[in-house]
Design a protein around this ligand. Structure first.
Ligand SMILES: Nc1nc2c(c(=O)[nH]1)N[C@H]1C(S)=C(S)[C@@H](COP(=O)(O)OP(=O)(O)OC[C@H]3O[C@@H](n4cnc5c(=O)[nH]c(N)nc54)[C@H](O)[C@@H]3O)O[C@H]1N2
Ligand SMILES: Nc1nc2c(c(=O)[nH]1)N[C@H]1C(S)=C(S)[C@@H](COP(=O)(O)OP(=O)(O)OC[C@H]3O[C@@H](n4cnc5c(=O)[nH]c(N)nc54)[C@H](O)[C@@H]3O)O[C@H]1N2
Ligand code: SF4
Ligand SMILES: [Mo]
Length: 746
């Protein structure tokens, strides 16, 4: 059957809808443009914003009704991230504003850490207390011992605050728990990291290889739309996934690989592409370094060798390599995004980068385009003080390729077992729910309990707030100004975020919170403006625009300065030591690593255990949306996918309740329902991330489903970047409630 664009998009939204799709269709219309009428044309207003439900940050319009109430949010047609369409999560984002479980007023702990006994306090007291503590800690241990964990837009204001304060120990999970190894592998190979959105020319590709990246459930808007377009134009999709994902269902080839063996497949593909001369010969000769070493290196990595490891038939390995060769250079071996899997992740992503280089896809139409970014002038501030130490000094010489701070190193530096001299004593956490986000929960909690002070800034009573000494309620993205969204793309763009409503209760914007704290710790000069509009207007005027113009347009696009793809006859110099694409890397050797990726064996589950695989579900972003009424309606609990053979062995059927125990004896707090399906390998089980919430203040999501994070206690660290490999955890089923006293489950 011919696959059409409509089909693919429908599948994405149906997957989002599950059982209760129909009643909410008008609420969350998948990728269809919203046709929800504006209530009263004469009184309805619209305000530009960019979505904060995930980091694709699509620009859109927020409409209010005749009572000035937020009515809906839709995509901005001029934005290349959204092309005027929002994904279900973006549309449902309004539920974040309306959630009555939100944090309403600053809170101060009165009980033990983790006990969640808080009293409401006034903002003034909250700011005073935090400022005093920041000064006390700077005096006692130096400002460096106060670390910031941040994510999302407002996290950036807090980074400004910490830089002014004198600490560069600022880290977010989007590096060491997400794309760190990918960024460094592409940096080593092409002299260019991929950033966000990744510069993938999916709309014009003739062959898209998804290796552990599941577009269609991973709803990164622009990429999903372009994949639908490519499918429409008959592009070949090859999906390598132990699970029959939405993307697999749209693919010409589904390779249900044995988990943790992708490196063998990648090396065998490289072997075939070289042996059968399927690579782009001219491109490789002109632009790459180390081809001969690579050729010798992969000589024995035959498809027959890989078959024994991956369970993928040699014929299939050859056929898929030939598809890539035939499409070259309009081919993309997708670099993935959440790539922290098995601890050899930088090397696996090096293999992905090398494969793309052989196929000549970097800088080519239908491969990787050359992104451009507009530069926004900086609002004038004094120079930041120079810290005496940073996260790098915690473990000198470790993780040399990490170009950004590593969250888990800051956790290590806070842990009682750390005996070095660069101890972290206090944390501020803004916009990241570390309890749901960091693997090895026990260690995270031990580190937190060892702190002198913890401040959390969130919109919701997320689990991490339960461990804080002070909790500050931030207002949502729909209620505040923020920094401009500047992103690289085919064309450079800016997007404005402005409030569509007053902050509910006593919540406040991040910039305001930072400005108050800064002025109390003698750093007021770094936030020298009355309101954030002043900063925006200053920056926009320098760019030949203004806040007024942006309020009307929402998005501003700029002309490119250079070509979108390489131009024949113009030799390109890469930002690598050789100036070429480095198939073979001396830089890796200098840092103590293999110059070419090698296959290493990873542990497989013992009898009775199954590899825990987790991923995205279209209606949710991590833990930030599970309590959102609109999205909770769409998908409430994360079922556990179990293969029929496994289900038979355990006497499990669809709908049965199970708890899970991992190979290190960690038991899940809650249970979930089994979904028996052929769509998962028999040696693995699968569930969506973000569930199994343990904070009772989350009235819709508390106690529903299982948290993958709880069960990820065995972490494999990537030596190159320090990133946390999270897929080496094996679970078994518990059919009886292991927590007899658990009221919720009893
Ligand atoms: N087990 C497991 N762990 C993972 C992953 C996984 O798949 N499984 N994925 C990893 C990846 S790829 C990533 S990128 C990270 C994501 O990690 P996080 O960004 O920590 O993810 P969330 O769970 O969404 O937590 C975000 C928190 O920010 C709050 N928040 C939302 N909007 C705002 C705001 O405007 N202001 C403030 N102050 N707070 C706000 C939310 O309420 C929520 O508590 O997780 C990583 N960790
Ligand atoms: N709906 C939605 N979309 C999102 C997000 C979200 O929270 N919700 N988060 C965004 C963010 S920050 C990120 S980083 C991306 C992450 O999105 P992706 O990079 O697509 O990563 P995952 O969601 O972790 O998907 C992992 C896939 O890998 C498969 N897999 C597991 N083990 C193996 C293996 O050993 N080999 C292979 N080949 N495959 C394996 C799983 O079955 C699953 O389909 O998604 C982004 N998009
Ligand atoms: S992809 Fe969806 S959730 Fe992410 S920014 Fe865009 S609309 Fe929002
Ligand atoms: Mo991520």
């Amino acid at each position: 059957m011919k696959t059409t664009r409509r089909d693919f998009l429908k599948i994405s939204s149906v997957a989002a809808g599950g059982l209760v799709f129909a009643p909410v269709l008008n609420w969350v219309p998948g990728f269809l443009k919203s046709d929800k009428p504006i209530p009263d044309d004469s009184k309805a207003k619209r305000y530009p914003n960019y979505c904060e439900v995930c980091f694709w940050n699509c620009a859109g319009w927020v409409y209010t009704d005749h009572d000035n109430k937020i009515w809906k949010i839709i995509g901005n047609e001029d934005d290349p991230h959204s092309n005027g369409r929002f994904c279900p999560r973006g549309t449902g984002g309004v539920g974040m504003y309306y959630d009555d479980d939100r944090l309403k007023k600053p809170l101060k702990r009165i009980g033990e850490a983790g006990a969640q006994q808080f009293v409401e306090i006034e903002w003034e007291e909250a700011i005073e207390t935090i400022a005093k503590k920041m000064q006390e800690i700077a005096g006692k241990h130096g400002p460096e011992s106060f670390a910031l964990f941040n994510h999302g837009s407002s996290g950036k204001h807090f980074a400004d605050l910490f830089n002014a304060y004198g600490s560069k120990n600022i880290a977010g999970p989007a590096y060491a728990q997400c794309k760190g190894p990918r960024e460094e592998a592409f940096q080593v190979t092409f002299g260019h990291a991929l950033h966000s959105p990744e510069p993938l020319d999916i709309r014009d590709t003739r062959c898209l290889v998804l290796i552990g990246s599941h577009l269609g459930e991973n709803m990164h808007n622009g990429q999903v739309q372009e994949m639908a377009e490519a499918i429409d134009k008959q592009a070949t999709i090859i999906t390598v996934d132990p699970r029959f994902s939405t993307a697999a269902s749209k693919s010409k080839f589904w390779l249900p690989i044995k988990p943790a063996t992708d490196m063998a497949l990648l090396l065998a593909w490289i072997h075939v592409i070289i042996e059968e001369e399927l690579y782009d010969r001219k491109y490789v000769e002109e632009l790459t370094f180390g081809f001969e070493q690579l050729k010798a290196h992969v000589k024995d990595y035959t498809p027959e060798w890989a078959y024994g490891i991956t369970t993928i038939e040699p014929d299939v390995i050859r056929a898929t390599a030939r598809e890539m060769g035939a499409a070259s250079p309009a081919v993309i071996v997708h670099p993935g995004r959440h790539v922290t899997w098995y601890g050899d992740d930088t090397q696996r992503l090096r293999a992905v980068a090398i494969l793309n280089a052989l196929l000549g896809s970097w800088g080519r139409r239908g491969g990787f385009y050359l992104p451009e970014k507009a530069k926004l002038p900086k609002y004038p501030t004094p120079e930041n003080p120079k810290p005496t130490w940073t996260w790098r000094d915690v473990m000198p010489g470790q993780y040399p390729l990490a170009s950004l701070p590593v969250t888990n190193v800051l956790v290590d530096a806070s842990h009682p077992s750390y005996l070095g001299k660069h101890k972290v004593k206090a944390w501020m956490v803004a916009g990241t729910n570390l309890i749901a986000t960091m693997p090895d929960l026990k260690r995270t909690i031990e580190a937190i309990q060892n702190l002198e002070y913890l401040v959390v800034i969130d919109t919701m009573p997320a689990e991490i707030t339960g461990y804080a000494d002070i909790v500050l309620p931030e207002c949502t993205y729909l209620e505040r100004y923020d920094m401009m969204r500047i992103s690289e793309h085919r064309i450079p763009t800016f997007a404005l975020r402005m409030p569509a409503a007053e902050p509910r209760w006593e919540s406040k914007p991040g910039w305001w919170i930072c400005k108050q704290i800064a002025s109390k710790i003698g750093k007021g000069d770094y936030f020298k403006y009355e309101k954030y509009e002043d900063v925006l207007d200053f920056q926009l005027k320098e760019m030949g625009s203004s806040l007024e113009e942006m309020k009307k347009a929402g998005v501003k696009t700029f002309h490119r300065k250079e070509d979108l793809y390489f131009v024949e006859g113009h030799p390109h110099v890469f930002d690598t030591p050789t100036g070429k694409i480095e198939l073979y890397s001396n830089l890796m050797i200098e840092n103590g690593f293999d110059p070419l990726p090698k296959y290493i064996t990873h542990a497989q589950p013992e009898a009775g255990f199954y590899r825990l695989i987790y991923g995205r579900t279209p209606a949710h972003t991590f833990s930030r949306t599970t309590n959102n009424a609109n999205l909770n309606d769409l998908f409430r609990e994360n079922p556990l996918w179990v293969h029929p053979k496994t289900a038979r062995e355990w006497g499990l059927k669809t709908g049965d309740k199970v708890w899970l125990k991992n190979h290190q004896g960690v038991v899940s707090h809650f249970s979930t329902k089994v979904r028996v399906t052929e769509r998962i390998r028999h040696d693995s089980v699968y569930m969506a991330h973000g569930f199994g919430r343990t904070d009772e203040r989350l009235t819709r999501s508390f106690g529903i489903g299982i948290s993958d994070t709880e069960l990820i206690s065995d972490v494999k660290i990537d030596k190159e970047t320090g990133s946390t490999g999270m897929r080496s955890n094996f679970v078994t089923f518990l059919k009886e409630n292991p927590h007899n006293s658990d009221k919720k489950e009893a």
